[in-house]
Design a binder for this molecule. Structure first.
Ligand code: ATP
Ligand code: MG
Length: 257
């Protein structure tokens, strides 16, 4: 059975998609067969792996509406050991229509079960809110991976997410755990960032991952080249940090790298 991980924080622009893509890349590079599933209607994850309207032949909503099987919407990424279920970017009206497809909370969980033995990791890139696709992802997952920026507002989003995980535990999915919280776009020379980091490690020590991801201008180049940073600039500081974070997560789960 593959480990199913949702990347979630109900706050925009904290690095969910960047982290999902780059961790998936390094899991795959370490030969852990990985599937990344884009659940955000904005489709940044799909875009950053080179997918667009022209080359996407089906997404998870085609599976929800029973027009395609899950196997039929798995796209190769061109990267060894990394597959993707991309998402076609939606207009607001289409997004509303899709939300209506999500009538059964266990839909994604039941669908994913059929392919989970084919992968070591399945990663859901979630939108910056907790309803709709994120709710389904939390019900279908083994754990939640939480990227956070070192600003005061992040604590509010973190509390909302932790309350939701408690609720999901009680109501739908007892086995859901926190994989870990880690800091993204970290600027160690900014005093306020340093303070927030210290506060996070004090308040959430049991679930903090050691590795933080530094703020790195190379990230923009990777976005433009539509490749994970680890491919576009493998020796950049953020790429090296994602590699180490991936190793930390693999070690926790499998006991070896
Ligand atoms: N370590 C980093 N250094 C510099 N820029 C970064 C870093 N991580 C992410 N970014 C940039 O921050 C922006 C937001 O990142 P990303 O799209 O991953 O966030 P998100 O949480 O998925 O956003 P949303 O909630 O909108 O889905 C992007 O432009 C990305 O390139
Ligand atoms: Mg995103």
């Amino acid at each position: 059975m593959g480990k199913i991980i949702s990347v979630v924080l109900p706050k925009g622009g904290v690095g969910k998609t960047t982290s999902a893509v780059n961790l998936a890349y390094y899991f795959a590079k370490k030969k852990y067969k990985t599937l990344i599933i884009d659940l955000d209607p904005i489709a940044t994850c799909s875009f950053s792996l080179g997918f667009n309207k022209e080359n996407i032949f089906g997404d998870i909503f085609d599976v929800f509406s029973y027009s395609k099987s899950i196997e039929a919407v798995i796209h190769p990424t061109g990267i060894d050991n990394l597959d993707c279920i991309p998402q076609i970017k939606l207009s607001k009206v289409e997004e509303g229509r899709q939300l209506k497809l999500i009538s059964n909370e266990y839909l994604l969980r039941n669908i994913i079960k059929t392919i989970s033995t084919n992968y070591r990791f399945i990663i859901f890139d979630c939108p910056p809110y907790l309803f709709g696709p994120t709710n389904l992802a939390l019900i279908a997952s083994d754990s939640v991976l939480i990227p956070i920026r070192t600003d005061e507002y992040s604590f509010e989003a973190l509390d909302d997410l932790i309350n939701r995980i408690d609720y999901i535990n009680k109501t739908y999915n007892q086995k859901l755990t926190i994989e870990g919280i880690f800091i993204t776009s970290y600027e160690k020379n900014i005093r306020a960032s340093f303070k927030v980091k210290a506060k996070l490690f004090e308040l959430k020590s049991a679930v903090m991952l050691n590795k933080s991801i530094p703020k790195d201008a190379n990230m923009m180049n990777a976005t433009f080249s539509k490749r994970p940073l680890g491919l576009a600039s493998p020796s950049s500081r953020a790429a090296v940090a994602y590699k180490e974070l991936a190793e930390e997560i693999i070690l926790r789960n499998f006991g070896i790298i």
